[in-house]
Write a protein that binds this ligand. Structure first.
Ligand code: F6R
Length: 614
């Protein structure tokens, strides 16, 4: 969603800020803006549209002016929430004096009340945004004279989420940042300081970063970083090392980030598994879980909460926990969780699954679970993310940065981590060492299996041609492959804009089969795993209605080949790891359909990489 960058140091701020802003484009946005401090005044430009358009305007209007050489500024990409993507609504926003510029991620829930109060005192607003209210509020609280005092006072008044960066014309070379529920990362450079809402924006400059805690405020200059709490108490925050470099956030010769990330999966899976499997003991070592065998044995139920693709991984995880750990498991849409009355106890373990670690609904579910006294843990990819911090313990994916908006490598790593977690839980309960060791062999085989699926790229690209002209499609599966059918359909929808429905293969005849005809292709996940025999019947049902079937089968399959229009043969694999093997083929299929349809694959319309609003 929205992205923030800031810079203070010896280099030209406009160029640095725009370069860093480009690295946040993947998050999805609809307008962009920049403000720099020049000779005791502010220069700013903002507009609806792309960062490139902003860069062009900056080149035309600022080249040869003092703004070009400014050493300090902030910039933003906005994903519209309050008000349409217009120039007026784009960030930065300004206070009443026009000397304070602010960029903001998150939502100020009580902005309407604050706006009314400020309007009553003569403030005039130029935008529909909640952010402009915050800028005026800070100005009215005396930011010009006492920035930290004004920030502390503002944090007491605002409700909602914020990650902000501010510059002021009176204080060249300084940036103020604050966070509450929306990430702010400070990059510690050589005589320069950078700010971003996402480390991907600044790793090209430094891999030494400080992740602010909630309600932290910081005053930054090129050579100093002073962090305080919202009560104005100085605190020290540790400098962490980002363990991936700028290449991980670049395309590396691939046409799209999505394709690069699909092809990275043998390595990302290896990274998720590294040092975590103990074949001799037949179990997994997940130190971050921080649970003793006794505590694990005491868990009465696992509740997996997540959204979107992560929810689909959770659906696979649920089957793992039931199967390997004999443990009741539920999977819950995070968006609904706190609006029901979930029955939770301290013996329920709520597992929040989130690539970004910032998804608003998943975070709210974590808070609801904590409120109800449940035990918590997270499965996140982004280190230091809000969900990772608020759950306090869990398992990182270590899949590396995921830039493509459509989640790919995070899904397969989530499934692998859930499998390892269920294995560990199983070993603390009823699973034998031999059974554990066998599962470890299956997990170890995964990177190799995925490599073999990737070798089928051309084959999948050919199959994509039979989907590309359709208006509607169905994806069907059973058991462990049912969540993959949902995920395959989601991938297709989001990047190719082709309407696709994921269905349990048996559910098709309870209604949606009415939609089948020769113009509606069906992708049938029919690997040689439990459920295959029933899938054959379901494929026949589709064919009988004239629907073309693309069947995803295990190599050597003979029966289904004679029924389906097309078959994609995947390597033979153990049932437990089949969701990963099938998912990679589904990712490739969606990618090639989107490519054939000429879609903007890495930044699909209306979508954002991390969904920080409810
Ligand atoms: C789909 C996709 C989304 C995310 C969802 C949750 O490709 O990426 O459905 O899975 O927004 O995001 P995280 O995992 O960051 O919580």
């Amino acid at each position: 969603m929205c992205g923030i960058v800031g810079y203070t140091g010896p280099r030209a701020a406009p160029e640095t800020l725009i370069g860093n802003l480009r690295r946040l484009e993947y998050r999805g946005y609809d307008s962009a803006g920049i403000a720099v401090v020049v000779d005791g005044s502010l220069q700013s430009l903002k507009l609806p549209g792309k960062v490139q358009t902003l860069a062009d305007r900056v080149a035309v209007e600022w080249t040869g002016t003092p703004a070009e050489g400014s050493r300090c500024g902030i910039a933003h990409t906005r994903w519209a929430t309050h008000g349409p993507p217009t120039e007026a609504n784009a960030h930065p926003h300004f206070d009443a004096s026009g000397r304070l510029a602010l960029v903001h991620n998150g939502i100020i829930d009580n902005y309407a009340d604050l706006r009314r109060q400020l309007e009553a005192r003569g403030h005039v607003f130029r935008s529909d945004t909640d952010t402009e209210v915050l800028a005026h509020l800070l100005g009215s609280l005396g930011f010009a004279d006492d920035p930290i005092g004004a920030l502390c006072a503002a944090l007491r008044q605002v409700e909602g989420t914020l990650g902000i960066a501010i510059v002021h014309a009176d204080r060249p070379g300084r940036i103020w940042v604050a966070r509450r529920g929306s990430p702010i990362v400070i990059g510690v450079g050589e005589a320069e300081t950078l700010v971003a809402s996402d480390a991907a924006a600044i790793v090209a400059h430094t891999n030494r970063v400080i992740y602010l805690d909630d309600d932290d405020i910081a005053e930054l200059s090129a050579g100093s970083i002073e962090v305080r709490t919202a009560h104005n108490t100085p605190v020290s925050r540790t400098v962490s090392q980002v363990d991936w470099d700028v290449r991980a956030a670049e395309k590396g010769g691939f046409e799209h980030f999505m394709l690069k990330e699909i092809f990275e999966q043998p390595e990302s899976l290896e990274n998720s598994m590294r040092g975590r499997l103990d074949p001799a003991a037949g179990t997994a070592k997940l130190g971050g879980l921080a649970m003793t065998p006794r505590e694990i044995a005491d868990v009465r139920r696992v509740v997996l909460v997540a959204c979107g693709t992560s929810l689909h991984a959770g659906m696979v995880g649920r089957l793992y926990f039931e199967d390997l750990a004999d443990l009741p498991a539920a999977v819950e849409q995070a968006a609904e969780f706190r609006y029901r009355n979930p029955i939770l106890s301290p013996r329920d373990l709520v597992v929040a699954i989130s690539q970004s670690g910032e998804t608003a609904d998943t975070l709210a579910a974590v808070r609801e679970a904590r409120q109800k006294g449940a035990a918590l843990c997270g499965i996140c990819n982004v280190v230091g993310s809000t969900i990772a911090r608020e759950t306090g313990r869990g398992v990182y994916l270590h899949a590396g940065p995921e830039i493509g908006v459509a989640s790919t490598k995070a899904f397969t790593s989530q499934v692998a981590v859930l499998l390892m977690m269920a294995l560990k839980f199983g070993r603390c309960r009823r699973l034998s060492r031999e059974a554990g060791t066998e599962i470890i062999e299956q997990v170890h085989a995964l990177p190799g299996l995925v490599r073999r699926v990737l070798e089928l790229n051309e084959r999948v690209a050919r199959a994509a041609a039979s989907l590309a002209d359709a208006r509607d499609a169905f994806y069907i599966g059973r058991g462990l492959l049912y969540p993959v059918a949902l995920e395959g359909a989601l991938k297709l929808k989001e990047i190719s804009y082709l309407h696709a429905e994921g269905y349990h293969a048996a559910e098709l005849k309870h209604g949606p089969i009415a939609l089948l005809d020769p113009s509606v292709p069906v992708v049938a996940l029919a690997l040689d795993v439990p459920g295959r025999d029933k899938m054959i019947g379901n494929i026949q049902e589709c064919r009988a209605r004239g629907a073309p079937v693309i069947a995803v089968v295990t190599e050597g399959e003979t029966t289904i080949g004679g029924i389906a229009q097309e078959t994609i043969e995947l390597p033979r694999c153990a049932p437990l790891v089949s969701p990963v093997v099938a998912a990679v083929a589904m990712q490739l299929l969606a990618y090639h359909v989107a490519r054939l349809r000429g879609c903007e694959i890495d930044q699909p319309r209306n979508l954002a990489k991390s969904v920080t609003v409810e």
